[in-house]
Design a protein around this ligand. Structure first.
Ligand code: HEM
Length: 487
């Protein structure tokens, strides 16, 4: 393509984006003046428009980003933002207005995060789609579905939250062909990487779907020979869809689209959750030893492997999982945007900027509501003064009455970790089973100790990285050794 044509296309794209964001800014200002109710809700003073951190200025070569880095959002959407979030919960209460336009004996050091990622993907692969992605040996196909999905988090790290926002806008622009063209033109390598990852996910999902369809159509033996013997979620969904009336039937692309949805929703959430538990156990050797004793005793009584009912009922393991999901929820917030004006009820009144009180908030259509899941899970008024501490025994000693009295809408354990209502996590039971199965297998046999200092980054899904190393590489090395009989 001649250079002139490329420049013309680039200019056209930039002009469209420019006009789009100008309109968006005018619309936001219009909402501020016509629906001023939100202005009466207290919140932190945003940074001055021109005093953003220098690294944010570095990113700022297009007008688009000028919108995105303003206000309090750089502090809110910050991978190291734990302190800022705690300050918000303590200072402003339940509703806050955020401004922003926009391994001795067989000892190894093992990156447990990477192994938990591969394990979680394989578990969802076999039980979700009756398909094996990974034989969990050292060899690793860099062009595989598992390799592609493992790159998602590093790529989003590299894109930074602001660029992920850019992606959010681009997926809404024009047709798929137009967006593909746009991405190939824009000088944005991480976006091209994201497109390539999406291509591998799409191609593999389609291949799994087509193989399964063939097996279902060709009769029972083919299905029986599959890993899940046709009991996986996808087979059940496909058979139900084939039997449904034409009106109720889902189009094929919606069905195989579920493969990527389940993988995305079920892999990094659970793998980071298990990694977090292993990390906590490595820090709290007494808890790790107590869990190992509980597991070994139960296994001995069962004569080997634990049946499902016994595994899920182990009290100390259950307490560890619940407490970790309370204080270290892998998903820390949900974004919602009402499609009509709504009245948002409050659990208790808030003091308004003008000295009054508010029992409910009028939220105009289109307002972004950032639902802080951790603020609820660690609310000292509900969970007590030690709400910020990781104490598995609180689940065994009995929770305070304030927890049940709060009538929290979460589907799991009075927690908001898996959300609540009609869009709550449909995989929460499955993820519990995954956590417990993996922990039972590992902790009964191995002992985990810390090696390098780990930080947990407040990215879309909370992810570990080395404190003194590459922050953009999700990893969690731990020392692993065979646990002795007495350990
Ligand atoms: C510790 C592990 C997990 C956590 C913390 C978690 C958390 C969540 C949360 C907070 C939502 C609501 C998202 C929203 O409304 O925007 C959600 C939705 C969802 N989750 Fe999970 N999840 C986990 C594991 C899983 C697993 C293992 C699966 C699949 C087997 C799964 C499948 C889904 C699906 C399909 C949705 C979308 C439901 C809908 O929108 O109707 N999740 N999850």
């Amino acid at each position: 393509m001649p250079l002139r044509k490329v420049i013309d296309m680039l200019r056209g794209t930039v002009e469209c984006l420019f006009i789009y964001f100008i309109c968006l800014a005018i619309w936001r200002q219009y909402l501020r003046f016509t629906k001023p109710e939100l202005d009466n809700i207290p919140g932190p003073q945003p940074r001055s428009f021109w005093k953003g951190k220098s690294n944010l200025y570095y990113e700022m070569f297009s007008f688009t980003r000028v919108f995105l880095i303003t206000g309090s959002l750089p502090d809110y959407f910050n991978a190291n933002g734990w302190k800022y979030h705690r300050y918000l919960w303590k200072t402003y209460g339940p509703a806050i207005k955020m401004k922003g336009l926009f391994g001795e004996l067989n000892t190894f050091q093992i990156d447990m995060l990477s192994w938990m990622g591969r394990t979680a993907l394989e578990l969802i692969g076999q039980s979700g789609f009756g398909h094996s992605f990974d034989d969990l040996t050292e060899d690793y196909d860099e062009h595989s579905y598992s390799a592609a999905i493992k790159k998602v988090v590093p790529v989003t790290f590299r894109m930074s939250i602001l660029r992920v926002y850019g992606l959010y806008y681009i997926v809404k622009l024009g047709s798929a062909a137009f967006r593909r063209k746009l991405i190939s033109i824009l000088p944005w390598p991480a976006m091209k990487e994201a497109r390539d990852i999406a291509d591998v996910l799409h191609k593999t999902s389609l291949e799994i779907y087509q193989a399964k369809k063939k097996a279902i159509l060709e009769g029972n033996q083919e299905v029986t020979d599959q890993i899940s013997q046709g009991k996986d979620i996808l087979s059940i969904l496909m058979r139900a869809n084939m039997e449904a009336s034409e009106d109720d039937r889902l189009p094929e692309d919606e069905i195989y689209g579920q493969i990527a949805t389940f993988t995305f929703a079920g892999m990094d959430t659970t793998s980071n959750a298990i990694a977090r538990i292993l990390w906590l156990l490595s820090q709290h050797k007494d808890v790790q030893d107590k869990l190992r004793s509980e597991l070994r005793e139960a296994m001995q009584n069962a004569g080997g492997e634990l049946p499902y009912d016994e595994l899920v009922a182990l009290p100390f393991m259950d307490a560890i999982c619940r407490e970790t999901m309370r204080i270290h929820s892998p998903v820390w917030q949900l974004l919602r945007k009402p499609n009509k004006d709504i009245l948002l009820p409050l659990s208790k009144p808030i003091k308004t900027v003008d000295g009054g009180e508010m029992n409910e908030i009028f939220v105009p259509k289109g307002t972004t509501v950032m639902c802080g899941l951790l603020a609820s899970n660690m609310n000292t008024e509900i969970w007590g003064p030690d709400a910020f501490e990781w104490k598995p025994e609180r689940w065994i000693e009995g929770l305070p009455k304030t927890v049940t009295d709060a009538h929290l809408p979460g589907i799991y354990s009075n927690l908001m970790t898996f959300s609540g209502g009609s869009r709550a996590c449909i995989g929460f039971k499955f993820s519990q089973l995954e956590m417990k199965t993996v922990l039972a297998t590992l902790i009964s046999k191995f002992e985990f100790s810390p090696t390098q200092e780990i930080i947990w980054r407040m990215t879309n899904i909370v992810t570990p990285a080395l404190a003194h190393g590459d922050h953009t590489k999700p990893q969690m090395p731990l020392m692993v050794k065979l646990a002795t009989d007495s350990a």
